[in-house]
Design a protein around this ligand. Structure first.
Ligand SMILES: [Zn+2]
Length: 344
């Protein structure tokens, strides 16, 4: 069962999960003014831009760093930045599978320490742990949170009291579960770093039940809520008459979506392919609204991602927030982000 839309949320908004990138010398990202214009016209009063977990694979990832810097500077306080994923995530993935030198690790941790103390960054992310193939051609990130260089990075982030946005998919495209690794890893991280501040990306891609359990267990955890698929919904719109059903295990599956995206079928979302909020998620948002943030996962500069897609993403978020009670909607839309980033 899904929750019907009562009204559209029309208040101020923050979006704490936006990617701005340059993917290869042959691709030109949109201009700073164009990106800022779209963000402003969507009614976003505060935005966080960051590299994707896979950014480090592209030779042009440092241009993404410059681009986000220019964007933040030109925005006069609207745009904040997270640092690190472009030189951390792919490094971790490679180090885990191919080995690494102490010098190599020191170099990335030194850069992270410098970035965190330079005053330009509000946090670190989007760090990927498990990032599987959800569409053709997507690159895989895979290493466990018990990997020592990752834990060293976490300790460093905690020492600077920074927020860490973490992307960890609990199931791969073949249905293999990584829940033990991820949830056990979070346990380990919090045991050693009780002050750790994590924003788990895309509501952890887990069930509402598991999300509630994690949030109750770890007071330093927030979750960002993605309301749309990462390529902006163009593929989802192709699904005619999606049907949402409950299987024998009480899990929800969207059958049309599953047929169209078999690789994604195992990941849990708060919203179905028609942009409707599932009832269990709606209950959780109402129960603990102070623990959720909006994170559209927009991809400015990604080849084929038109900046105008952003208007549709925000419209959809506003419709979904409109289905919640007004206080919960305000907190999730804006006030939580304001509290943790602007007036910590
Ligand atoms: Zn992302």
């Amino acid at each position: 069962m899904q929750v019907g839309v009562k009204s559209i949320y029309a208040g101020p908004m923050a979006d704490v999960h936006i990617h701005v990138m340059r993917r290869g010398p042959e691709h030109s990202p949109p201009g700073i003014d164009e990106i800022l214009g779209v963000i402003r016209r969507s009614g976003i009063e505060f935005a966080v831009v960051m590299p994707t977990p896979n950014d480090g694979r592209w030779s042009t990832h440092e241009e993404g760093v410059r681009l986000r810097n220019e964007l933040a500077e030109a925005s006069r306080g609207i745009v904040a930045q997270f640092c690190g994923s472009n030189y951390l995530t792919y490094w971790m993935h490679r180090a885990y599978h191919e080995g690494y030198t102490g010098r190599g690790l020191d170099a990335i941790l030194k850069r992270l320490a410098d970035d965190m103390s330079c005053g330009k960054y509000a946090g670190v992310g989007e760090i990927g742990l498990y990032h599987f193939k959800k569409r053709p051609g997507q690159n895989i990130i895979m290493y466990p949170p018990s990997f020592e260089p990752f834990l060293e990075m976490v300790r460093l982030v905690v020492s600077q009291k920074m927020w860490l946005t973490l992307h960890a998919e609990p199931v791969d495209e073949d249905g293999r579960s990584y829940e033990k690794e991820i949830f056990g890893g979070l346990e380990l991280m919090y045991r050693h770093n009780p002050d750790l501040k994590i924003i788990l990306a895309h509501t952890g891609m887990t069930t509402a039940r598991k999300a509630r359990e994690l949030l109750k267990k770890y007071p330093g955890m927030m979750m960002d809520v993605v309301m749309e698929n990462e390529m902006g919904g163009s593929q989802e719109r192709k699904c005619k008459n999606p049907v949402v059903a409950i299987n024998a295990d009480g899990e929800r599956y969207d059958w049309e979506y599953q047929k169209a995206h078999s690789a994604r079928k195992n990941l849990k979302k708060a919203v179905n392919s028609r942009g409707k909020l599932y009832e269990d998620w709606s209950q959780l948002f109402t129960e603990i609204p102070e623990r959720f943030l909006v994170g559209t996962d927009a991809r400015f500069g990604h080849p084929g991602w038109d900046v105008k897609i952003y208007f549709g993403l925000i419209r959809r978020v506003r419709r979904i927030l409109g289905a919640l009670d007004a206080k919960a909607a305000q907190l999730i839309a804006y006030e939580n982000a304001q509290k943790i980033f602007k007036h910590p």
